[in-house]
Design a protein around this ligand. Structure first.
Ligand code: OOG
Ligand code: MG
Length: 257
């Protein structure tokens, strides 16, 4: 894409998050295609790394129908996670630090030995050290949480914060575990890990493949979020949020009042 200033577009997204101010969608305005949107994402995350953050993992987005339908984009996407996004399990988040935060229940993997990009994960037990229930807090930097495919990719797939529950060894079946999202003790979303590309293990294959296309290699010790099993719900001040995944347990966070 000739003439597009990737760093300048990334700076607009960085400033939107930094000042907690939504911006209009920009893909149509600046003529952003998918490969260029990933370049913007890389520049946006680099801006965070330049200010001292560390890359700690990768996240998948729109790996379930429920999520695709909610945002009207039907392609699997991926984004980057930094240490500053991590909230301890049971920790407090400040909703006023985000534009329009939403929470969604996820499954997290702790990566171990990864195959080369392009190779499928033949030996899942060797590639993944542990698995955990997780909550992702997403916060689109675009007005009204509305975006096109290149918009959301450029915006680091709405990544804002995440909580990982207790790690456990990978259980025998991961492909159809019940998933609940609770707010203040009330179940607000119900799903299954089967909603995540049929089996969340497939999300790892996709992550390796898609990130590999952009020269990003997953690393041992990284956290990998496989994508939400249900639609996301708005995070209200004072809310207590729990994601419960059958066999894996619970991850939780509280929103400051
Ligand atoms: C895009 C990010 C999607 C997921 O788990 O599907 C995502 C969005 O919904 O804003 O993180
Ligand atoms: Mg997510």
């Amino acid at each position: 894409m000739i003439g597009l200033d990737v760093v300048n577009v990334a700076e607009r997204l960085y400033a939107a998050a930094d000042t907690v101010t939504a911006i209009p969608q920009l893909a149509a305005e600046v003529g952003l295609d998918v490969p260029t949107a990933y370049q913007v994402q890389a520049a946006l995350v680099q801006r965070r790394l330049d200010s001292g953050e560390r890359l700690v993992g990768l996240k998948m987005g729109l790996t379930s129908r429920a999520k695709m339908a909610q945002v009207g984009v039907d392609e699997v996407i991926w984004g980057r996670l930094t240490d500053a996004m991590r909230v301890p399990d049971g920790g407090l988040v400040d909703p006023s630090a985000y534009i329009h935060p939403r929470v969604e229940p996820e499954v997290a993997f702790l990566l171990d030995r990864l195959p080369e990009p392009g190779e499928p994960v033949g030996d899942f037990a060797g590639a993944v050290r542990a698995v955990a229930p997780a909550i992702e807090l997403i916060d689109s930097r675009y007005a009204d949480f509305r975006f096109s495919l290149p918009d959301v990719i450029a915006d680091n797939t709405s990544a804002a914060a995440f909580v990982v529950g207790p790690w456990s060894p990978v259980p025998a079946g991961l492909g159809n575990l019940g998933v609940l999202l609770e707010v203040d003790g009330r179940v607000v979303q119900v799903g299954s890990t089967a909603a995540i590309l049929g089996d969340p293990r497939r999300a790892l294959d996709e992550g390796i493949r898609l990130a590999g296309r952009h020269g990003v290699r997953l690393q041992s010790g990284w956290v990998f979020l496989a994508g939400a099993a249900t639609a996301a719900v708005p995070l209200r001040p004072g809310a207590h949020v729990r994601a419960v995944v059958e066999k894996l347990g619970t991850a939780s966070l509280r929103a400051r009042s």
